[in-house]
Design a protein around this ligand. Structure first.
Ligand code: ADP
Ligand code: MG
Length: 868
């Protein structure tokens, strides 16, 4: 039996659509459901938890699996599918099933992909939704383009360095929902796709489509000068054209080259938990963004998230952002008023995009009108007291065009219906055609009332009335007791319980005119709606620009609000190589610990102490300290005030942090291999403008090779890279190397050992410690007593035998090492003495000397209050 006979015409139609949309999940409208068949049905049932059924057995007795979702709930399911990274083609019935001869005609009416959706319900929140393309050329150079079709932002440029790493690093700050990739050569393409899959496990990946040719590009599309960048733009444009053709012209005109930024590679973004928590199972975990997000608008939140993931690297640009923040701080109550005024302005960018995509609803146009009016007032208000240059420029872009305000306020009624056919959308007088048809309808309805009165009078039936139903249209209704008086020109149409219903020539005539007027009205209303959207469409680009300005204003005002309400200070960001902070706090941990958080100082510069080796017991606060330093740089260069009493940041161009390797182990690589490839990457890429924060280098292997590698890394960073760096280690042997390096210092986080165990002071002290207190930590964690006793015995034995690696070139340690004995005697006091001893008084400015003395005095007092 031929294969075709096995399937029904419906399944054949489905298979034909499916073959036209390879890689799509095709949702196929059958009656009130969108159905899928075969493997797609199994997939749908699994992914969105709907029932898997099967069609009736075919001639071979096989039952095709089938699963579907009700058509009225399809948006909800689309949202879930898209979040899981599927690309869906919605195939709808395009003719009325009642009039279809044979099979109903069906066509794909919508393609929904993770990176191109515009509906709020599918987007699931105000955050940016980036679609990205990345291309690697034959020489390993790369280019990327990233567009948020919902807001009109389009960034493009070269990747952050050669090869796959550079490509992934360039895309990381965008956290794209969908990535299109292309590379010269099959092997390079395979490696690129694998790296993208590894880095963006939730994103949808696809080989990039061929670039659009000149003739296919929208008129406004200026090709990028750099060929690879131009190609990447054109590939991205091709995909947007295939999925959201109406949006492309609005997007292509305003592409931006990313400004010089502080490069935060994917691991750094993750380890510092800037916009996403490190633990993907805890999506509500604290991040820098969640601690900073007191924005009051959707575009403000997007801008803040973007600024935190893409801090600036040009001191002048940072300072002008800080100037704007400072000016807003100075407004005092005026700042609160400003935030109050922009609060509640709708997500204008996305409304504009839905206008462009013709998926907008009348109430959203009402929100656009309200937002545009409000922003006009806000801009006028801000201009009254001249703001600093950057803010002035934001305010200039914030002002919506008067013509748009005019268009919206004169056309739309005050209270808009939920959908365009649920009631009048436009004011009377907006369109004479529509008004005339409405008059015709009103007149005809008047005639209907008149007719009712006439027939009442003529027949003498006072209860005779005109009614309407779906099946029979208009009718006269006469109750049973009055039936005898029904006039002869009435024709019977329907009998109901207590009455009979009639029509007449005159009634049919009025009815016809009412229905005609209504149909004409419906058509011209629909045409007017289309015309109106086309008129608003001309402003889509402008509204995107206005919304961006609003986002920037909100983000700046949020920085100012946090500075004022949380007592943060303005950092100095300059071209120096200093990295100095007094009483620095970790921005998110401080928020949960409050006053219990112990602030610490930071003191790095390009010469005397550019490299700090941190020792200290587990749990003493090493990782927290290093993260606080990394976050200080991120915040300062993003233009925010910082949680410290004083901060000066010599601008950093590339921030590397490697903190433990837990997440990578989770991704199935041997931790030592991962660690080494990361160290290798840092040593290759970092330069004197970098800040390198390494936590627990060499941990993933046995003591000796780990130590040797940590040692060599340290030397290379110090002698060759000359980056500012901090390195936390449990190899106390490393601290001896430090004394032979002119630009390196030791420090540790102090702990006190008392009768009840150890107390972590979380306080940074100069010099090293060789105690890891591992056994104490094990005890705290509840390891059973016999195991602890055995561990202690072993430790004593090992210490007695002097296990460890002697330094390759023995040098006398210049500063005394901290030992347990010192800590036990009076660790705190000795630490203070040591700090005083190591103080280079001549190198301090009077202000710094004052600050140092204040801090030492306070710490001495605090210690004397502590229980012994
Ligand atoms: P380490 O890296 O030395 O093992 P962590 O930095 O992970 O230690 O810190 C361990 C815990 O100690 C943190 O989870 C936090 O609760 C606390 N902690 C660290 N630093 C501080 C601090 N400066 N002030 C108060 N508590 C701190
Ligand atoms: Mg740690």
């Amino acid at each position: 039996m031929p294969e075709a006979a096995l399937t029904t015409p419906l399944l054949e139609q489905y298979a034909a659509v499916k073959s036209q949309y390879p890689g799509h999940l095709v949702l196929f409208r059958v009656g009130d459901f969108f159905e899928t068949f075969g493997d797609d049905a199994k997939l749908l049932a699994r992914e969105v938890d709907v029932v898997l059924t099967a069609r009736a057995p075919d001639t071979r007795g096989e039952r095709t699996p089938m699963a579907g979702v009700p058509h009225h709930a399809v948006e909800t399911y689309l949202g879930r599918l898209v979040q899981r990274g599927y690309k869906v083609a919605l195939c709808d019935q395009v003719e009325d099933a009642r009039f279809a001869k044979g099979l109903v005609r069906r066509e794909v009416t919508r393609v929904v992909t993770p990176g191109t959706v515009v509906e709020d319900r599918i987007l699931g929140g105000p955050d940016n939704s980036f679609l990205a393309a990345v291309t690697l050329g034959a020489d390993g150079a790369g280019a990327y383009s990233a567009v948020d079709v919902t807001t009109g932002e389009w960034y493009h440029g070269a990747t952050d360095g050669p090869g796959v790493e550079g490509a992934v690093a360039a895309l990381a700050p965008f956290q794209p929902r969908e990535v299109l990739w292309a590379a010269a050569g099959a092997e390079a393409a395979r490696r690129l796709a694998a790296a993208l899959r590894h880095e963006f496990p939730r994103a949808r990946l696809e080989a990039a489509p061929p670039p659009l040719a000149d003739g296919e590009l929208p008129a406004a599309f200026e090709p990028a000068a750099e060929p690879l960048s131009a190609e990447t733009d054109r590939r991205l444009a091709a995909y947007v054209r295939a999925t959201q053709p109406r949006l492309l012209p609005h997007l292509a005109a305003r592409r931006e080259s990313a400004v010089r930024r502080l490069v935060l590679d994917p691991k750094t973004l993750r380890h510092l938990e800037i916009v996403r928590p490190m633990n993907p199972d805890d999506p509500k975990g604290a991040t820098l963004l969640s601690a900073w997000d007191e924005t009051v608008t959707a575009s403000g939140r997007r801008t803040l998230a973007f600024w935190l993931a893409n801090p600036l690297a040009d001191p002048a640009a940072v300072e002008s952002r800080l100037d704007a923040v400072a000016w807003l701080v100075d407004q005092g109550a005026g700042l609160d008023e400003l935030r109050g005024r922009i609060h509640g302005v709708a997500d204008l960018a996305r409304i504009a995009t839905r206008v462009a995509g013709r998926r907008v609803r009348p109430p959203e146009l009402g929100a656009l009108r309200a937002g545009v009016e409000r922003l006009g007032l806000v801009a006028a208000e801000l201009r009254r007291s001249p703001p600093p240059p950057l803010l002035g420029e934001v305010v200039a872009r914030l002002e919506p065009p008067g013509a748009l305000r005019e268009l919206l306020s004169t056309s739309l009624v005050d209270v808009l219906p939920a959908t365009e056919d649920a009631g009048p959308v436009f004011r009377t007088g907006h369109d004479p055609d529509v008004d005339r048809q409405r008059t015709v309808e009103t007149l005809a309805l008047g005639e209907l009332e008149e007719l009712e009165r006439r027939e009442q009078a003529a027949s003498g039936i006072r209860t005779l009335k005109v009614g309407y139903n779906q099946v029979f249209g208009y009718y006269f209704e006469v109750t049973r007791p009055n039936l005898a008086r029904v006039p002869p020109h009435f024709r019977r149409r329907q009998t109901v319980a207590q009455a009979e219903r009639f029509t007449s020539d005159a009634l049919e005539d009025v009815e016809r005119r009412i229905l005609e007027a209504r149909e004409a009205l419906r058509l011209s209303e629909a045409a007017r709606w289309e015309r109106f959207l086309a008129a608003v469409d001309a402003y889509v680009g402008v509204v995107h620009r206005v919304a961006r300005a609003l986002g920037e204003l909100d983000a700046l005002a949020t920085f100012a609000h946090l500075a004022a309400s949380r007592g943060y200070v303005r950092p100095t960001v300059d071209a120096s190589d200093h990295l100095v902070a007094r009483d620095l706090r970790h921005p998110t941990l401080e928020r949960s610990l409050g006053a219990e958080f112990v602030p610490n100082d930071v003191e790095l510069d390009g010469t005397g102490s550019r490299l700090l080796v941190l020792t200290g017991p587990n749990m003493s606060g090493k990782s927290t300290y290093m993260r606080a330093v990394g976050l200080l740089v991120v915040l300062a260069q993003a233009g925010s005030y910082v949680p410290a009493r004083f901060a000066r940041v010599g601008v950093v161009s590339h921030l590397f942090t490697r903190m433990g390797f837990t997440d990578e182990i989770g991704r199935g690589k041997s931790s030592f291999m991962v660690e080494m490839s990361e160290v290798a990457e840092i040593l290759r890429v970092a330069d004197a403008r970098s800040l390198v924060l390494l936590d627990e280098v060499g941990r993933g292997t046995s003591t000796f090779d780990g130590l040797a590698i940590a040692w060599a890394t340290l030397r290379h960073l110090h002698d060759t890279t000359r980056a500012r760096a901090m390195l936390a280690t449990h190899y106390h042997q490393l601290t001896e190397l430090v004394s032979g390096l002119s630009g390196a210092r030791n420090a540790h986080l102090a702990a006190l050992e008392g009768p009840d165990g150890i107390v972590f002071l979380h306080r940074l002290v100069p010099g090293s410690t060789d105690r890891s207190y591992g056994i104490h930590v094990a005890k705290l964690a509840g390891v059973p007593e016999p195991v602890l006793r055995e561990a202690e015995r072993l430790l004593r034995e090992l210490e007695a035998r002097g296990v460890g690696l002697p330094p390759p070139t023995r040098r006398r340690a210049k500063s005394p090492k901290y030992t347990q004995a010192i800590l036990l005697a009076d660790g705190a006091a000795d630490a203070l003495v040591e700090e005083l001893r190591s103080l280079d008084v001549d190198a301090l400015s009077p202000a710094e000397a004052h600050a140092k003395l204040t801090s030492l005095g306070r710490r001495a007092r605090r210690r004397s209050e502590e229980p012994p």
